[in-house]
Ligand binder design. Structure first.
Ligand code: SAH
Ligand code: SF4
Length: 410
């Protein structure tokens, strides 16, 4: 059974004690140390105090996870009031929280308008696994690219998310999971990072992260900073459809793990499935991967490969894949296609996926088949779409019928 909580009523919000942000004030979340110091200058904090205040604020925001200045006990009441006059540290509105029968959770967050724009809604998914938990974060609302098998690709780009909004997905998910154990320790002790519910993050939600490079970079550098959210860069994966010119910068400037949405091993087919291939074809993409900064057998690139029936799932494709990846420290992630209403694709037969995986394994590659998770709440890859283009009920029923009929079910 799927559990859906309606979090829109004022009562529910009050019960949750959520501090929702108001649109007028700028947020202190997502700023680099220098940017925060500049912001504090505007609020009249004397220069000699700024570095210390930045340190305190980072600690409260990212280690303790507070969302209200009043909880920052080592800052004087007057200063807290002054900060509150100028800034916010509040969370986005949690419009909806869905909990799948397999423990997967999906949230719909609403962010206030920027300038003359409208509020935007963003989906974030949490996938708990044995001994770890992965948060799938969005980088844009919609996507400018139009990969033909991806539901997000049918939605127009609404806008890039800011560093604040990218980080807010992580902070709010951890709130909802009770994953800020440091917030309430009586003696102020820091709880070791090992036991965290969100142990890994993947930039695999809505959008193409490398088309929003600066904001994604800022957010991930705070997520991995020892004084920020302290996630190891090895536990952060950025997935790209293949924006070749930004790949080297991703390694140099962000230093996180890279995943490539490959999906096809020949240019003619990849042009159709992942149209950015027309701009940056396979040869250029493979070169960029081969030269990815920090690449080694211990730090491999993950190649994502969606299994589409009779499209890219033959043994010849598997052979060509092995040939293409020669010399690149790689992992291959086979993803059973998740169907959505209106798509012409179907998921490969399970037997075909296994044969494909066997061939790749024999060639020496780890090639886990991604287990479909959270399908009952449409939390799977490629199904994220914001409220601005939410599925109509008839579409939902059609999808359920497809899944019951076993199409695309792995
Ligand atoms: N834009 C980035 C990251 C978001 S998509 C990218 O394309 O890499 C995250 C992953 O989900 C990608 O590998 C994407 O190809 C895959 N995906 C999209 N739609 C899917 C679907 N319907 N079924 C299975 N995987 C899908
Ligand atoms: Fe955009 Fe990635 Fe979907 Fe392609 S697969 S349309 S790049 S979100």
């Amino acid at each position: 059974m799927t559990l859906t909580l309606d979090l829109t009523s004022a009562q529910t919000r009050a019960a949750l004690g959520a501090h929702m942000r108001t649109p007028e004030k700028p947020s202190l979340v997502g700023l680099t140390r220098d940017e925060m110091a500049e912001a504090l200058a505007v609020a009249g904090i004397p220069e000699r105090q700024r570095r210390m205040r930045v340190q305190q604020l980072w600690h409260w925001l990212y280690v303790r996870g507070v969302s209200d200045f009043s909880q920052m006990f080592n800052i004087s009441k007057d200063l807290r009031a002054e900060l509150d006059r100028h800034f916010t540290v509040a969370r986005p509105e949690v419009v909806e929280e869905q909990i799948s029968n397999d423990g997967t959770r999906k949230w719909l967050f609403r962010f206030p308008p920027r300038g003359a724009g409208r509020p935007v809604e963003v989906e974030t998914v949490y996938i708990p696994e044995e001994g770890r938990g992965t948060l799938c974060i969005s980088s844009q609302v919609g996507c400018t690219l139009t990969c033909s098998f991806c539901h997000t690709g049918t939605q127009k780009l609404v806008r890039n998310l800011t560093a604040e909004e990218i980080l807010a997905q992580l902070l709010t998910a951890r709130d909802r999971l009770g994953d800020f154990p440091d917030r309430d320790t009586p003696d102020g002790a820091i709880v070791p990072a090992e036991g965290r519910k969100v142990s890994n993050i993947v930039m695999m939600g809505m959008g193409e992260p490398l088309y929003n490079f600066e904001h994604v970079k800022k957010a991930l550098l705070i997520a991995s900073d020892g004084d920020g959210l302290s996630l190891s860069k090895r536990r952060i994966t950025l997935s790209t459809s293949g924006v070749v010119p930004e790949i080297a910068r991703t390694g140099d400037e962000i230093g996180v793990m890279l995943a490539i949405s490959l999906h096809a091993v020949r240019d003619d087919l990849r042009d159709m499935l992942v149209p950015i291939n027309k701009k940056y074809p396979l040869e250029a993409l493979m070169d960029a991967c081969r030269n990815y900064p920090g690449l080694s057998n211990a730090r491999r690139i993950t190649f994502e490969y969606v299994m589409l029936r009779d499209v890219n799932d033959s043994l010849d494709d598997a052979k060509e894949l092995v040939r293409l990846l020669r010399g690149i420290p790689a992992k291959i992630n086979l993803i059973p296609f998740n169907p959505w209403p209106g798509t012409n694709y179907q998921c490969s037969e399970w037997e075909t996926i296994e044969k494909f995986a066997d061939y790749i394994n024999q060639a020496g590659y780890a090639s886990p088949i991604r287990t479909p998770r959270g399908r009952d709440i449409l939390a799977a890859c490629g199904q994220l779409k914001s409220e601005s283009e939410r599925m109509r009920k008839s579409e939902r029923l059609a999808l359920e019928a497809m899944m019951i009929a076993g199409h695309g079910e792995a």
